[in-house]
Write a protein that binds this ligand. Sequence first.
Ligand code: NAD
Length: 423
Amino acid sequence: MDPHPLPLGHDLGMKPFEAVQYFFDEAADILELSESARQLLSIPKRELRVELPLRRDDGTLSVLIGYRVQHDNSRGPYKGGLRFHPSADLDEVRALASLMTWKTAVVDVPFGGAKGGIEVDTATLSRAELQRLTRLYTRAIADVIGPTTDIPAPDMATNAQVMAWIVDEYSQMVGHAPGVVTGKPIELGGSPGRNEATGTGCIVCLDQAVAHAGMKRERTTVAIQGFGNVGSWAAREAQERNYVVVAASDVGGAVYCRGGLDIDQLIEHSDATGSITGAPGVDSITNEELVALDVDVLIPAAVAGVINPSNVDTVRASIIVEGANAPVTPRADAALASGGVTIIPDILANAGGVTVSYFEWVQNIQRFRWSRQRVMGELESMLTSSYRLVRSRADKHDVPLRAAAFVVGIDRVHEASKLRGIL
Ligand code: NAD
């Protein structure tokens, strides 16, 4: 199904929000949504742009720009990560906020969708500068966030420490408020299992796809692009469940071992040197070669747009698990789908993070800590049932998993908007 045909090269120039809208429109056509419903569900509710005057360690001033886009809150408070990345402009943050609206709805957690970003390369900041920048941003957006309004979480180049600084800065303004963010350190009200949730969720979904295809885990080879929070935990979980992880990469390059990588050793090497490249007993390859490897499963878990018209013909995997947000562009998506490749879309595959963020938020409200076993058990069961629902919608409409996931998500948000009397 390809309701909005585009020339093959088009999506190389497509902006991130336009790409998300392309997938939105596919599903809106299936649901036969009215024009007013499409507008209501597409346009973000609020977009905030803030100036961040950062005093550098050497006394000079750098003026940075930050964003918070709140896309939809008809199903609950806005929810979405915060990324520090040079590409985090308004259009990218808007696209990611929209994806969050559909993601929270696909896994049926009671949140809406939002995203935050600061256009910055954290490699250029000292730890003290990073903390000052985080605090500046928190003050700048404090009026629009809060435990029942909008709850940020970690994303690219942000982590539990960054969340801890946000809790501290926000609590100085309004009183103790650990529920203002998720992905906090456990000592400050974080949840066991949150760190590993997104990567683990990818593998929970992969298990379903592998079983559906009649494949055996121990004979299934996997390549993972990106070895940060999502990629490294996906690698660990895949190895734990007996998949053969033959390749992994980070921004510095990729490593390959035909018989399977030793993931613990790779993590040790990465922790010690800052990169997985140069680890002992592995071959070095490029990130492009990793995408083109003869493997069963490819997990892009780094940045957007890495599988696009320029390299889609090189992909040999039969299953793609989107650990990253928007790693496959619309034209590449159509080409892969017509070639019979199963793509587990971002709004399902990487929803483990927001699912455990929901558990963390619930624990903060309850003032009660769940065990790791309970968190991981609930995660497995919620993602498995979400996958099966999406699979059944795909069969019903005879469409790929991505279109089916958008149908599930949009349908739920549409219904909530109708019940509230907005539509
Ligand atoms: P991270 O900053 O922890 O890790 C990013 C990894 O990607 C690093 O290993 C980095 O070296 C690598 N990388 C960066 N640019 C690359 C490139 N051009 N080629 C190859 N590798 C590259 O970030 P993360 O939290 O793991 O997030 C990764 C992706 O997953 C993002 O798209 C993010 O939006 C998405 N995501 C993250 C979460 C979460 O809970 N952290 C949840 C849902 C989705």
